[in-house]
Structures are given as C-alpha cells and as structure tokens.
Design a protein around this ligand. Structure first.
Ligand code: GMT
Length: 381
C-alpha cells in the first residue's frame, strides 16, 4: 500500500497529563518527523509538545467567559476552531482522540464544512473512559453513538475496549484495534545508581505507582498493598502524579505510620528516570482500557502487579510479566508482590519478560497502522 504521500493532519486531544494526551502527542510528533504536517488543536498546549518540533503547529481553542452562560460551551468553540483550521490550513484529515466532546465536535465541523463544499474525513480513537464511564451515563449515549457511527474510521486501543463499546452502544461502524505504543528509545534499562541511592538503600526494593489519582485508580489500594509488603520486604514506594484522591492516600499513610517509606512526588513531566530505578509497578485500577503507564514501566524493565480489569490483560501477561488479580483483592496483590520480591531469579525473569513484551508495542511497529488507516480514508474521500 502506498503510504508515502505526505498529508496535513489535524489532531484533537486533551492536553493534560494522561495516556490519551501522551499517545496523541507522540503520534503527532512522529508523523511530523516522517514529513507530515501536523496541527494540534486543543484548549492548551499538549504537555509533551513544549519543545520545537518541525512540521508541528498548535491551535488554541479559546473559551470566552460570557456572563450569560452558566456552563461554557467548549464543544461549540472547538467546532468553530476545527472549521477554521481545516479551511485555512487546508487539512486533509482530522484525527480526534476521545468520543466526547472531540469526535462529536469534529462530526459537527464536518457537516459545516460540507456547506463549503469540503469533505474532511474524521478518524476517531476511543481511549476508555468515554466508553467505560461516560458510556454508562445514558444522557451521553445518543451523542457518543452518533459520533462513532458517523466517523470515517474508528479505532480503539484494546480488544476489550472494542467489546465494551459494542456492549454499551449500537455500533454500525467497524472498530479497528490499534494498540497504544511507546517509543522504546525514551526508556532506559540501566539503573541510575546515583538516583536510586537517594530514594532507597541497597537492600531495599522500590515499588512505583503513577496516575492522575482519580477514584478509578484506587490509590488507597496501592498504599494498602505497600503496607503489607513493607512488613516483609524492606522497600520504598514512589507515588507519582496528583489528583483528587492524593489527600486520602497521604492520610492513609499517616494512619498506617508508613509516611517515611512513601514518597509522593506530584506531577512529573518525565517519569522515565524513576521507572528505571524501580522494580515493580502497581496498578490496582477499577478499570483500565489499556494501561499505557504499565507499558511504560515494562519498557523500563518493571514487573507489573495489576487488576485483571478492562484491557490490562492485553498488556500485563499473567505469570510472565507480572500478576493480575480481581479489583479490590489487596491481599492477593500484596502476596504477589512479596512472592516476586522474595525470589530474585523470578523477579529478574519477569522484568526481562516485561521488557520483551513492551517491544511488541514499539512506535515503529504501530505508526504505519495509523498511516495506512489515514491513507485509506483520504483515498476514499
Ligand atoms: O486513565 C486515565 O484517567 C486517563 C485516560 C486518558 O484520558 O488518558 O486514560 C485512558 O486512555 C489511556 C490511553 O489510551 C489508557 O492507557 C488508559 O487505560 C485509559 N484509562 C482508563 O480506561 C481508565
């Protein structure tokens, strides 16, 4: 298939810390490096796009504060911005990440652009909570369903998310699975000994959790697991990120008298160096369509202890790269961490397996899947 032609691609994403924003931004940057012209459209600069990248452009959606509105109509501002950017930059495609409001705004923009005699193909990527959480809220159902069905192509980041989408919505469109990816060059398998010595003693193991500390992440389970582990294995826990449940997690550490062993690091722009010094990544989420952050940890040779919810079993392989348990089974997850940390040979084996499995999701293998999808929808426009 001829995919070498260069295009002008619009990417709509959330700019904040979070897997979907990371994937959308890394995808855009990689497409730009391959010679495509990439226009990011969002309400602020995506956090990984703060350095100069050739062939990339950023268009900010500004949301004026009118006293008339009780609720700011962001979707309308986004729709108008999309129409404007497609018209004036001559885009050949819009790739939107998240069904609402991004896909629904893009579909509306597409209808408006038709009145200008322009056809713009829309590629929608489903990332998770738009389906697994918002999808359960019936008030969004018609909009999400319409946005998916009217997109020219739809992708989801795991097989489980495709299944979930079909179980919540009446979908007439084929949903193609394109898994999330990582750029393996960014991750180191070498332990930064100087950094490690600042966090833990030589005989201590390091556990790490990274998230936005939302309810769905069950950060208190991380603390409970670590509390059980540290009674048996000398260890430290790194809690990276910030969000609504951080205070509860900190409070629990104080109650359990383990605050000295748990370091809350807040939001970090780059997590790679901390992943390189840790042994086990803990992700006890209620649900996770994919769990990109677990894959990032695996790229740095971390074994993973997670729940078996959503698409996590497509990333973390039971008894190979880590262990998976039912949501809330803190006891089993604690025992699994202890089992791994007490058996050096098994731990090394799992770390190596994790790295090998992560290689399957390396950027150069996944990028052509998107390019070929773009090529197909542009060709048929
Ligand atoms: O997990 C979050 O709270 C963030 C959310 C996002 O918007 O980035 O993550 C979702 O998309 C990621 C990228 O595809 C996936 O790796 C995460 O598993 C997914 N989160 C959930 O399904 C809860």
């Amino acid at each position: 298939m001829e995919t070498s032609k260069k295009h002008k691609i619009g990417i709509v994403c959330y700019p904040t810390y979070g897997g979907s924003g990371v994937v959308a931004t890394e995808l855009g940057i990689s497409l730009a490096e391959k010679g495509h012209e990439v226009h990011f459209i969002s309400y602020s600069q995506p956090f990984r796009l703060d350095v100069f990248c050739q062939n990339t452009f950023f268009h900010e959606v500004s949301v004026p504060d009118y006293p008339l509105f009780d609720y700011t109509p962001y979707e309308l501002n986004l729709t108008s911005k999309l129409v404007d950017v497609v018209l004036h930059e001559g885009l050949s495609l819009l790739h939107v990440h998240y069904a609402i409001p991004h896909a629904s705004a893009a579909i509306q923009a597409k209808h408006i652009l038709e009145t200008y005699g322009l056809h713009i193909p829309i590629v929608t990527t489903l990332h998770g909570t738009d389906i697994t959480l918002l999808g359960k809220d019936k008030s969004f159902k018609p909009v999400i369903e319409y946005a998916i069905n009217k997109s020219d192509a739809v992708t989801a980041v795991s097989e489980d998310l495709i299944k979930e989408t079909h179980s919540h919505f009446r979908i007439q469109k084929e949903i193609k699975m394109i898994p999330n990816f990582i750029d393996l060059n960014l991750y180191s398998q070498e332990v930064d000994k100087k950094l490690r010595s600042k966090i833990a003693k030589d005989d201590e193991k390091i556990l790490v959790h990274i998230s936005n500390f939302r309810k769905v992440k069950r950060v208190e389970d991380v603390i409970k697991i670590f509390n059980n582990v540290q009674k048996v294995v000398p260890s430290k826990l790194l809690m990276i990120g910030d969000g609504p449940d951080r205070v509860r997690a900190e409070r629990l550490c104080r109650k359990l008298k383990i605050s000295e062993k748990v370091k809350f690091m807040g939001k970090l722009k780059s997590v790679e160096e901390f992943l390189s010094i840790s042994d086990i990544f803990v992700l006890p989420s209620e649900t996770e369509s994919f769990g990109l952050v677990a894959l990032e940890a695996m790229a740095s040779e971390n074994a993973v202890i997670s729940t078996n919810s959503g698409g996590l079993s497509e990333v973390n392989i039971q008894n190979e790269t880590g262990y998976l348990s039912d949501v809330g089974n803190v006891q089993e997850m604690s025992e699994n961490v202890i089992k791994l940390l007490s058996d050096e040979e098994r731990l090394e084996q799992f770390k190596n397996n994790a790295f090998k499995h992560a290689q399957k999701f390396n950027l150069p293998s996944i990028l052509p899947l998107y390019e070929s999808l773009y090529f197909n929808v542009i060709k048929t426009k």
